[in-house]
Design a protein around this ligand. Sequence first.
Ligand SMILES: [Zn+2]
Length: 358
Amino acid sequence: MNSNNVTKLVSGNSSIIIGDGIINELENLFPLSNYSKVAVLTDSNVVKYWLPTLENILHNKIQPIIIPSGEIYKTISQTEFIWNAMFKKGLDRHSLLINIGGGVICDIGGFAASTFMRGIDFLQIPTSLLAQVDAGFGGKTGINFNSIKNGIGIFKQPIGILIDTNTLSTLPEREFIASFSEIIKHGLIQDKIYFSNATSKYPKDFSNSELTDLIKGSVNIKLKVVEEDPLELGLRKILNFGHTIGHAIESNSLQTDNHLLHGEAIAIGMVAESKISQLLGNISEMDFIKIKNSIVNSGLPSKVNNISTDKILEIMHFDKKNINGNLLFSLITEIGKAKYDVTVPLNIIKESIDYIRK
Ligand SMILES: [Zn+2]
């Protein structure tokens, strides 16, 4: 490992370490020997790639906990399974949980650790691009509940986040592409130049070092926003751009045989919510088309089928981002700028949803 290629960022009490191959340095980067026990949570997909590596690095001193892979398992019953496993393996208040996997593992593992014996330390090792630029950090943990995405959860910072870009080599192409929607989102809400860079090529055509730079850029944008507003009382809501409509599309798809990945649903949500900005007169039609084309050219979907506008609206009303029955949106006001808590007339919401239906 070339230590010049390691970036270390600090956010509150957590450190975020980014680099290629740094998983092998885990013991030097974090004080693992201070803990009474170290358990590792992963899923049935990731286990074959990374559990042996971790066992090797940590000399088999770890207690593995494995749950099935997929968003549909981000549930209270899987959380119970994790809590049970933690008790059975003898974890106590001075133990550590390492979550290694995609967004689901980071979210549910963070939640299980934050509630186990009133909360123990946890370390995130996001292995998907999506989790590396989004779900793996920011202090949000949680599970889906009664088909409400992230309906139950808690804000709790991990002790650290280790982003090893080498883990992306095992990522299926569809997931890799889907992750670009959060990268594009970061550009759209905060940084015009970053948006241009992130959409300058088809995702698979970025070199390893370009990709590492994109990850660092995304982490920096998200960190800046989260640090200003850790509990999502204000500014942090701009990170929800594309998610009000996108979550509804995602929740609906999870009830069908045609599951959309989070990033795919958010890509469609961003098209719809950019359409709202255009209809409100905040962005030009030219900018709208530029955004939509960048999403499509990155290999992401911009339309959804087999769902009515009314159904999407109905699901949106159960979304936790609603206050007093008002649908509140985070919308872009130009490429690279966003505002939050915007109420939008119902006819404009409907027209935007009509637009993204096939
Ligand atoms: Zn997201």
